[in-house]
Ligand binder design. Sequence first.
Ligand SMILES: *Cc1c(COP(=O)(O)O)cnc(C)c1O
Length: 461
Amino acid sequence: MNDRDQIDPRAMHVWDDHTDLFSHSVIGYAIERLQLRKNPKWGAAPAEELAAELEHVLTKNGVGGMEAMRVFREVLMPACRPLDDPMNLAFVPAAPSVASTMFDLVVSASSIFAGYWEAGAGAIAAENQALRWLADLAGYPKSAGGVFVSGGSAANLSAMVTARATHLAKYGRGKRLAFAATREVHASARAAARVMDVDVVDVDVDERGRMSANALRVALDQANDHQVFAVLATGGTTNAGVIDPLDEIAGVCDETDLWLHVDGAYGLAALTAPSARYRFAGIERTDSFGVDPHKWLFTPYDCAALLYRQPALAAAVHAQHGDYLDAIDRGEWNPSDYAYHLSRRARGLPLWFGLATYGTEAYTAAVEQALTTAHEFARAVDRHPDFELLLEPALSIVLFKRNGWTLEQYDAWSHRRAREGVALIVPTSWKGEPCYRICVVDPRTDIAELTPLLDDIAAFM
Ligand SMILES: *Cc1c(COP(=O)(O)O)cnc(C)c1O
């Protein structure tokens, strides 16, 4: 049916040929990993089972690289879900490019301390070039800057810490601190609030799940018990791909002197796509934003960009000081100063290398392709009598309902087809009702493979 059915990853393994040096080369395995499609049936195994397989591995004398590699290839890798399979449409999947992934090996091999300019200037200059590309897409001023962190969660936390410090420096502390967000905000925003011991002032959403300027004004007016220091808006919610109206929200933040951070971990990749760019109008007025290249900019884990309009405000709270640190002249741009971390790998370099290799237009084309696939799928849902499109997709997430189905039925089809390696599509809910959700980030996701799933779901008992 499709080429995955014909590839038996084991049969093609160069590892089965134990004759040459290549067969115990870690690099060889990495290349092979990139060339062969992963088996979509791979996934979690019971901890006990894996522990038993691992029992002989850590010993006083070691088992040798060949054996450790065998365990990884035969036992451990198959117990990891292939998030980069083009038919993995759950959560936010991954689609790292060959160039970015190969360069990640180079970053590891290079042992660069990319915290301070003094130690990692060459790597940092290139990371900054990639950050500048993102800043330009958002229309940020030349003075903007930021850092690559581990993920959208780290970006949200670091931005909120900067927002709070900026607010406190100006206004001092009166009441209990809070930032404003809707219930559609990513779970990491509330996690950041818990880490910071601040509250979240809830802003109501409109019928499409967006934060309106009016709802924000009402929430701020009613937040009498709190001193609100920031608004955390979303550029592409994880559940529905919905984009808050950033320009309106920026207007309220201007009036009230509140920091505006946009969590665009998934969605802001679409700044590269002319067909979607207008949806982010107002992004140029924000104080900070985050976008995860490991989600939809074809970069391997872990790579998230955090940009500030005024990076000095971040350095004022995040820079670490100590005798051992202050003794050196750190140099002109220190990524360590812009988030909660000190040592860091140059995790932005794989994005930079991918951009350098393929050119920025390749990124535009790849993001546009995922948008097109999602929109074509939405039209197929529209046409099908057994389904309802719950929301016109703004980006590449499509929410749709199988008429008359219960959550158990959604679960049953999902589990069956995931086990068979057909596709990974898992249910979510929209306005309290169960539904299906797909998220397309891979330009190789084939609409001709996707739309027949509707008939398959319709016929499923
Ligand atoms: C995925 C996601 C996050 C969390 O990002 P991590 O990289 O997993 O930490 C935060 N916000 C949004 C909107 C996301 O989609």
